[in-house]
Design a protein. Structure first.
Length: 182
């Protein structure tokens, strides 16, 4: 269910682009992201920072795209989002000596400190990779190719999350007694 909530704005964006143009698709993306944020809030009764930042960036870059009639703004929004996330995680980890990933997910996952550190570094790398690849496609390919990349590019986060799950599973603490039985 959560994957559908996460996926539907981009799905509607691609459909609107295929049926109309980038400007209609941008308006649809803005509306769908607003609805998505509302659904997440209704389910969780709170919003993660990433949801808030995503909504703000979609609205800001969407408005710029529509008002200025310049598709470059919406095409560069993912690059700005991913690069910002990498910068924040990196600055927190290496400058402020805080692990934001652990702060966000630590109540849900019990992992050793070293594992949290490695996960954060991997997330920084992932965000930088996604920023770079989106920036490359946005700069050097047509809008049609970029929209198709947005749709098929969902393979990157799926593979990344599965990889994270496999890595995390090895380090999760289980509730067992002294005999090793649950």
């Amino acid at each position: 269910m959560r994957f559908l909530i996460d996926f539907f704005p981009i799905g509607l964006f691609v459909a609107a682009y295929k049926l109309h143009d980038i400007y209609v698709a941008t308006a649809v993306l803005m509306a769908a992201t607003f609805v998505q944020t509302g659904l997440i809030y209704a389910i969780d009764r709170k919003l993660q920072t990433l949801h808030k930042v995503t909504l703000v960036l979609v609205i800001v870059f969407g408005v710029l795209t529509l008002v200025l009639q310049d598709e470059r703004f919406i095409k560069w929004k993912p690059t700005v989002l991913y690069a910002s996330m990498a910068i924040v995680l990196g600055a927190a980890l290496w400058i402020w000596k805080k692990n934001f990933l652990q702060a966000l997910l630590g109540s849900q996952l019990s992992l050793p400190k070293g594992v949290w550190h490695r996960l954060t570094v991997v997330w920084i790398g992932y965000f930088l990779f996604m920023a770079a690849i989106n920036g490359y496609v946005a700069a050097f390919y047509s809008t049609e190719a970029w929209v198709n990349f947005k749709l098929w590019g969902y393979v990157f986060p799926v593979v990344f999350i599965i990889g994270q799950g496999v890595y995390i599973a090895r380090h999760l603490k289980t509730d067992t007694d002294d005999t090793g039985r649950p």
